[in-house]
Structures are given as C-alpha cells and as structure tokens.
Design a protein around this ligand. Structure first.
Ligand code: APR
Length: 231
C-alpha cells in the first residue's frame, strides 16, 4: 500500500497561536539563536534559556490543535497504507489532534533531559535553573529540545521512512534548516511524489512536484480529503 511520509514545521502550529521562527513576528525576530538555542547558551546563561523554554512550554500547554493537525490524524486513521508524521515542532499538537507515533526530530517541550546521565522525564511546567534529575540527582535538568549544533533525534528511522515513501508532503516549514530541508531530495530520489503545503513559497519549493499555497488549516484538510477520496 502507498506509504505517506509527512514533515511538518512551525507553520502548521501558527494558527494554534504558537509563533513560527522566521516570519516577521517570529521567535528569531525577538531572541538571538545564540542566546537561547545552543548548548553554549545554556552553559553561559542557563536561567535565560530555561525562561525561554518555560515561556514556550506555557504557550504550548494552552494551545489547541487546529484543523490541519486534526486532518493529518484523520489521514493516519483512514489511509490504507502507513502514514508517518515527522515534525520539527516541539509542541504536542499533532498528538492532541489524534496523531500517533509522531517522530519529534527536534525533541519535545513536554520532556526534560538530564545533561549528566541522559535520563528523560515529563518536564515540570516551569523548569528551574539546576533542575535536579530524578534519576541521578545531578542539578542538570534541561529542556529535551535539540539545539543548534546538536544531532536531531530519530534520524536513522526517518531516512528509512523516506526511502520507502511513495508520497512525501512538507507542511509549514521554510526549508532553511537541515537535515529536514533535505528530506524532499531523499524522498524524490526514492521515487516519491512530493508536495509542499505552505503559506508562501519556501527555500526548497522548486524541489516539489506539486505546491499548494495557503494557510495550513485551510489547505491541509482539502489535501487530506483529496487523498481519501481516491481510496
Ligand atoms: N499555514 C501554513 N504555513 C505557514 C503558516 C500557516 N498559517 N504561517 C506560517 N507558515 C509558514 C511560513 O511561510 C514559513 O515558511 O511556515 C514556515 C515557518 O518557517 P520557520 O519559521 O522557519 O519554521 P520551521 O521551518 O519549522 O523552522 C525549522 O528551525 O529554528 C529552528 O528548531 C527550529 O524547528 C525549527 C526549525
């Protein structure tokens, strides 16, 4: 059966009220990446980094899945083949919309990680600086989010999925951050039909066989209905 692999980015959660990164009012217009999203930043000023993620965790906790998240869950439930969702997002809106087995390649705001022993546990809503690890007690709790310069999660599994994809969709991402921005060329090389659904053309739009422009909450449900109509 036809396997569908979907990559999502911040644009799919924009209409749920969560900021994107590179839009004019995005997070990187308000904060410098090197101050809040690198291991060096955490070593230099852990309080600022924890505050940044505490604020994003609180925003994400209040956010609701939108029609795009819900449509992708519907696709997973009704498509006769496998539907794999890989997200760059650290919110849990795919799961809140009913999706399962979501691969969070940049980690999850709702998880904490011990920088000393590698233990993971559900993050408290507000993480303290020097948050104690429940396993080794070291004061080394950090957000379980992949920072710039760190290796994204689940990459071997993601490349296996891309090699088997017959349809690859990229939704709500600017295609400026690797390795995610190279997934479309992996999928194309595997013979997949690729489609980009985004508010505006991205840096990698030319690599897609099809492009649909618009707001995710509008164009993703239509794309899912088009797919399911052909089942
Ligand atoms: N519907 C669809 N697309 C949208 C919407 C919307 N309502 N609003 C914005 N977009 C699009 C923008 O046009 C842009 O192309 O979503 C994309 C968001 O791009 P970025 O802000 O760069 O976010 P993303 O691509 O997810 O960033 C990738 O960069 O900073 C790192 O780790 C961070 O995971 C993030 C990664």
């Amino acid at each position: 059966m036809t396997k569908i692999v979907i990559l999502t980015g911040a644009g799919i959660s924009a209409e749920s009220g969560l900021g994107t990164f590179r839009d004019d009012d995005g997070l990187w217009a308000k904060y410098r990446i090197e101050d809040v999203a690198t291991p060096e930043a955490f070593a230099r000023n852990p309080e600022l980094v924890q505050d940044f993620y505490n604020q994003r965790r609180a925003n994400a906790a209040d956010a609701k899945p939108n029609a795009a998240h819900i449509a992708l869950a519907r696709l997973q439930q009704n498509w006769p083949g496998e539907v794999v969702i890989v997200t760059q997002n650290v919110d849990a809106l795919h799961e809140a919309g009913g999706a399962v087995d979501v691969l969070h390649m940049h980690g999850e705001l709702a998880q904490a990680l011990c920088a000393a022993c590698g233990h993971r546990w559900p993050a408290p809503e507000v993480m303290q600086t020097n948050e104690p690890c429940p396993a080794c007690q070291a004061p080394s709790g950090r957000p379980d989010v992949v920072w710039f310069g760190e290796i994204p999660y689940h990459m071997a599994r993601i490349y296996e999925h891309l090699a088997e994809a017959e349809i690859f969709a990229s939704i709500g991402t600017s295609g400026q951050v690797y390795p995610a921005a190279a997934f479309v060329s992996e999928a194309n090389a595997a013979g997949a039909t690729s489609i980009e659904l985004n508010l505006e053309p991205s840096d990698i739009s030319r690599q897609f066989a099809e492009r649909r422009l618009g707001r995710a909450s509008q164009i993703v449900p239509i794309w899912v209905e088009d797919l399911l109509a052909g089942v």
